[in-house]
Design a binder for this molecule. Structure first.
Ligand code: ATP
Ligand code: MG
Length: 470
């Protein structure tokens, strides 16, 4: 009996050992991102062959190709994905190239010099080539499949998303169908799991999966919808657009740093005019700039700022993000400053306090860097001095490194119809004039101040100086 029992135990042991090995292998496969051949859930991709799509391999940056080939050379799966593929298919120049791979962040880092792992909520690798950065993300799995490792908070928001998976799972956890197309440099095919190619042809922005759940997982997707719709001139598909107004308040749960990044991208997209119109249409603007209550005047100023920024970007000029904030928060600054003044605070301190309060309030929504907050304060504080300059200090003001931003903002206010006494125009002439011209312009201001009609800039009334007791 003993040998038989021994044999049974032995068989049982072998069975347990095999099962454990199988589990371990599947686990390792999963970590490596290799697809289990018999995986029943493997969803088939629609494959678009080389020559049947518009992507020419030469249009992909050599840095991205190096990363893709480096990974494939070590038998990892690696594809170009996201905005790079989408923009190339649309005939646009991609802003950057993103790579998706079966290699873990550590495996990617081990392969390339100048690679570093970044992010906590979403770990990825930045591979640096001079000024270009290739962002490499490991295939992610569905969050429902591993509740322990993908953490959502009480509102359904994903706080960690580092569950690795297969390529087809990765496709489904991306945001929009047109952002989930995978390009293989080796055979130049495109792999489409979610109907992205059709949507791209129809110029439709469609969220993958159940829209409300996807927005709850990550409310920033609402802002991404607006950015891509504006940038690509796409329509937001009806089910993707419908939840926006009633989910807009979810933005209050997003960190101010992430929102600030997204606001920079939205306003610096080169399509700020459309972006602002869409943010307002879907009720999102209020959650980014809670102090702002649009009226005709602020609307005109914001529109003028958006148009001038978009125009600068079109001709390849840089933009100062402080400018947007200056325009968007100018109305709140004026309202607060007026309230403080009505309650007895003198004009200048009222303006300074209002600026402080508005900046502080805005920081609870979008984190402003110290440099940005300082520039913003300077732009606003300079407006009074520019509108009503001390003639003896005009040349000094002109030399100040801060002059340009303040002056540009004054011009925008003037263009949008704010009463500025045409001083934007005056400063423009002053900068262009020679010595003689400048003196004439100074005399013009002084003469205007002597006019009683009030149309021209008035001299600031100074309180009589108090004499010090002897
Ligand atoms: P662009 O770089 O032109 O702004 P992009 O689509 O490449 O656009 P990235 O922020 O670079 O945007 O992200 C790369 C890809 O990662 C996206 O295309 C998308 O597939 C995925 N992705 C980015 N952010 C999210 C998100 N919040 N939710 C789901 N997927 C996302
Ligand atoms: Mg990108």
């Amino acid at each position: 009996m003993a040998p038989a029992r021994h044999c049974r135990y032995n068989r049982h042991f072998v069975f347990v050992k095999n099962a454990a090995q199988g589990m371990l292998k599947r686990f390792i496969d999963r970590l490596r991102g290799r697809r289990a051949a018999d995986s029943p859930s493997a969803k088939k991709a629609h494959i678009i062959a080389r020559g049947r799509h518009g992507i020419a391999r030469q249009r992909i940056s050599s840095a991205a190709v190096k990363v893709l080939e480096g990974l494939q050379g070590k038998s990892y799966q690696a594809y170009l994905v996201g905005g790079g593929v989408r923009d190339l298919l649309l005939g646009l120049t991609p802003k950057d190239f993103d790579v998706a791979t079966s290699a873990t962040p550590e495996q990617v880092r081990a392969l390339f010099r100048n690679a570093r792992i970044i992010g906590r909520r979403f770990r990825l690798v930045h591979v640096l080539f001079g000024r270009e950065t290739i962002e490499v993300a490991t295939f992610r799995a569905h969050h429902e499949q591993d509740e322990q490792r993908t953490t959502t908070n009480a509102q359904g928001m994903i706080v960690h998303d580092n569950v690795y998976g297969q390529m087809e799972e990765d496709a489904e956890r991306r945001d929009f169908t047109v952002n989930a197309l995978y390009y293989d440099v080796a055979d130049e095919t495109i792999h489409d799991y979610v109907g992205g190619v059709n949507d791209l042809e129809a110029r439709l922005l469609r969220l993958i999966g159940h829209p409300e759940t996807r927005y709850r997982e990550d409310p920033v997707r609402m802002l991404r919808a607006i950015r891509f719709a504006a940038k690509l001139d796409f329509r937001i598909e009806a089910h993707t657009a419908a939840p926006l107004p009633h989910l807009a308040s979810l933005l209050t749960g997003v960190s101010p740093h992430r929102l600030a990044d997204e606001v920079d991208k939205l306003l610096g997209s080169g399509h700020a005019e459309t972006v602002l119109a869409l943010l307002e249409e879907y009720g999102l603007l209020h959650y980014l700039f809670p102090d702002l209550h649009l009226n005709d005047a602020s609307r005109r100023l914001i529109l003028a700022t958006a148009q001038s920024t978009d125009a600068r970007l079109r001709i390849g000029k840089g933009i100062n993000p402080a400018f947007f904030y200056a325009a968007l928060l100018w109305q709140p600054v004026q309202v607060r400053s007026r309230q403080l003044h009505d309650h007895g605070t003198p004009l200048v301190p009222a303006l300074q306090q209002a600026i402080q309060q508005v900046i502080q309030q805005q920081m609870t929504r979008t984190a402003l860097t110290r440099v940005l907050a300082t520039t913003l304060r300077e732009i606003w504080e300079m407006q009074t001095r520019l509108q009503n300059p001390d003639i003896r200090r005009v040349d000094e003001m002109l030399q100040s490194p801060r002059f340009r931003a303040g002056f540009d903002f004054l011009v925008l206010r003037e263009q949008s119809g704010e009463p500025t006494g045409q001083m934007g125009d005056w400063w423009q002439h002053y900068q262009d004039a020679d010595n003689e011209g400048r003196q004439a312009l100074q005399a013009e201001v002084l003469a205007a101040r002597r006019q009683p009609d009030g149309a021209a800039p008035k001299r600031r009334r100074r309180p009589p100086r108090k004499r010090k007791p002897a």
